[in-house]
Design a protein around this ligand. Sequence first.
Ligand SMILES: Cc1ncnc2c1ncn2[C@@H]1O[C@H](/C=C/CNC(=O)c2cc(-c3ccc(F)cc3)cc(O)c2O)[C@@H](O)[C@H]1O
Ligand SMILES: [Mg+2]
Length: 214
Amino acid sequence: TGSSRPQRMLKAVQKNATKGDPKSVISAIDSYCRHKEWAMNVGDDKGLILDSVLTEVNPSTALELGTYCGYSSVRIARLLSPDSKLITIEFNPAFAIIARQIIAYAGLQDKVTLVEGASGDLIPKMKEQFGIKSFDFVFLDHWKDRYVPDTKLLEDCGLLKKGTVLLADNVICPGAPEYLQYVRNNPRYESRYYPSNLEYTKVEDGLEKSVFLG
Ligand SMILES: Cc1ncnc2c1ncn2[C@@H]1O[C@H](/C=C/CNC(=O)c2cc(-c3ccc(F)cc3)cc(O)c2O)[C@@H](O)[C@H]1O
Ligand SMILES: [Mg+2]
């Protein structure tokens, strides 16, 4: 049996990136996925929007739903202040094992806690298990039909506070219509769409930024 796409992505990082240099890890993955083999990383175009929202929010505690291979974990963690933390949730062990290696290769293992399991099970444990009072920033990039239930769960668990920023990938492609409906028609959120394109393609996609108003 051959290697998997995530394994090949890790190999590309080990071959082309410099250990401890997050920027080189990001470009190694982007170059591999653009020229060799497409993969569902948020990518370099939408990544610039992610970077700008992160710089604006400067979160102390950030949450990511759907680690996949860790591309956006690296993208997020590289911009965090010294004592800030990212918790990223991934339920596929094969992806988690690759993500841990990519995050470590970037030298960001001390800023990122990768938790294996389903978001629906882990979100209610955030306070007791990880000592989280609330999140300043949440990046949603997991199964698109989980965006709404997990947002509601974050609300119900008191993990969102006035000013928490939710940033959702793929609201156009593959699409998250129920999520757009939820955040855009809910008085507790101030939402804005950032147009871009699907990673490594010319297809339209974008990010939805929603500020929780408390
Ligand atoms: C409830 C739960 N708990 C924990 N981990 C969970 C979880 N639900 C999913 N995961 C994890 O997160 C990732 C899954 C991401 C899903 N993302 C996409 O499907 C996606 C697809 C495209 C795409 C666009 C056009 C195409 F033609 C084909 C694909 C682009 C994207 O950017 C995507 O994000 C994956 O690592 C999965 O194990
Ligand atoms: Mg995505």
